[in-house]
Design a protein around this ligand. Structure first.
Ligand SMILES: Cc1cc2nc3c(=O)[nH]c(=O)nc-3n(C[C@H](O)[C@H](O)[C@H](O)COP(=O)(O)OP(=O)(O)OC[C@H]3O[C@@H](n4cnc5c(N)ncnc54)[C@H](O)[C@@H]3O)c2cc1C
Length: 317
């Protein structure tokens, strides 16, 4: 089994940032990533992300590619195409994927597994799209009738994206509206249903009205199923609860960063910032242990030298 200082689960902005800082501070992190490339949700973002201040006109996909190249270029060990399926805590270490060829162990564990689009129990298919970004961008909506499910920013923003792609009809179904005014107010109220509704993906109807496509934009759910056995504290929505100062979870030496912890406004910059906080905290603990070992060795060396010195003194007298 390969051993590291730190196992980082997920190579999105949060996990990549944490691993880069740890590597830069002289430690041995490893990233385990389900996808074939690092960069996380930015891989699914075909739009310009102009909220990372020094970058202008970078699309999410380009940011993801930059993350991937930066991490691999530093020689950080990455297991790509590998999902963490289990975590076990032993006395001194965490073991992931025990019994599998991808098994790894480390003294510290960082949960950076992000979020996945909430599906409300609906299954994705050729006529049922789940989540914003790439799934929506890849479809030719011309002349199609589209039901958008959800009442948040993503639902209202994607209403306009799908309209611009010349759908014949777009209708939002929202149990309640949470979208910010900049997405909500330009949306004609005649295209918005607020209140309960029924979805039938076999008949392709919403509250009895037929549609060519149904787009599910129910927000995000934490991707944390693999860590159930650890028993980390979660909030009522399932996100991991952490200490704001360190990002440590309720389990000692387990940290949670980025969207899986949802402790700051979720976006790439806060995810990366979280990675730095976790990296620094782990570095201090690793350094403290290394210092203890160094001092113990120094004291041992001192003890070993003493009898010899005393004998030397004796002979010279
Ligand atoms: C369409 C779209 C537009 C966006 N626009 C912006 C924007 O303009 N500005 C902005 O700042 N942010 C934007 N975001 C959000 C931004 O991408 C996220 O906030 C950011 O990626 C979160 O980083 P993260 O590292 O916490 O999680 P993620 O990016 O979700 O990364 C988590 C990683 O963990 C991996 N993973 C999950 N479970 C496992 C497992 N069991 N084993 C191994 N790996 C696992 C996932 O595959 C993923 O790669 C957008 C997102 C989308 C989808």
């Amino acid at each position: 089994m390969k051993q590291f200082d730190v196992i980082v689960v997920g190579g999105g902005p949060a996990g990549a940032s944490c691993a880069v800082w740890l590597k830069n501070m002289g430690h041995k992190p490893c990233i385990v990533e389900r996808r074939s490339a690092l960069g996380g949700l930015e891989n699914d973002n075909p739009y310009v992300n102009d909220l990372i201040v020094p970058l202008t006109n970078w699309r999410g996909e380009e940011i993801a590619a930059g993350i991937h190249d930066n991490v691999l270029g530093r020689g950080i060990f990455c297991l790509l195409n590998t999902a963490v399926e289990s975590v076990r805590q032993s006395a001194e270490a965490f073991v992931v994927n025990e019994g599998l060829p991808s098994a790894l162990s480390a003294r510290y564990l960082v949960l950076a597994s992000g979020v996945r689009p909430a599906d409300g129990g609906l299954l994705p298919g050729s006529r049922v799209l789940i989540g914003p970004g790439a799934p929506v961008e890849e479809v030719d909506f011309r002349s199609l009738s589209v039901a958008v499910l959800g009442g948040g920013d993503n639902a209202f923003e994607n209403y306009h994206i799908i309209k611009a792609k010349q759908a014949s009809e777009v209708r939002i179904f929202a149990r309640t509206i949470k979208a910010a005014h900049r997405f909500r107010d330009p949306t004609p109220v005649s295209d918005v249903h607020v209140g309960p509704y029924e979805v039938d993906t076999t008949a392709m109807t919403v509250s009895g009205q037929p549609f060519d496509l149904i787009v599910v934009l129910y927000g995000w759910a934490p991707a944390i199923d693999f860590a159930h056995g650890l028993g980390v504290e979660r909030d009522p929505r399932g996100f991991v609860v952490t200490d704001p100062a360190t990002t440590e979870t309720s389990v000692r030496n387990v940290f949670a960063i980025g969207e899986v912890a949802h402790r700051m406004h979720p976006c790439s910059v806060t995810a990366m910032a979280d990675g730095v906080v976790a990296g620094r905290e782990i570095q201090q603990r690793l350094d403290a242990r290394a210092k203890e070992t160094y001092l113990a060795l120094a004291r041992q060396g001192e003890r070993n030298r003493k009898p010899c010195n005393e004998k030397d003194h004796g002979e010279s007298y």
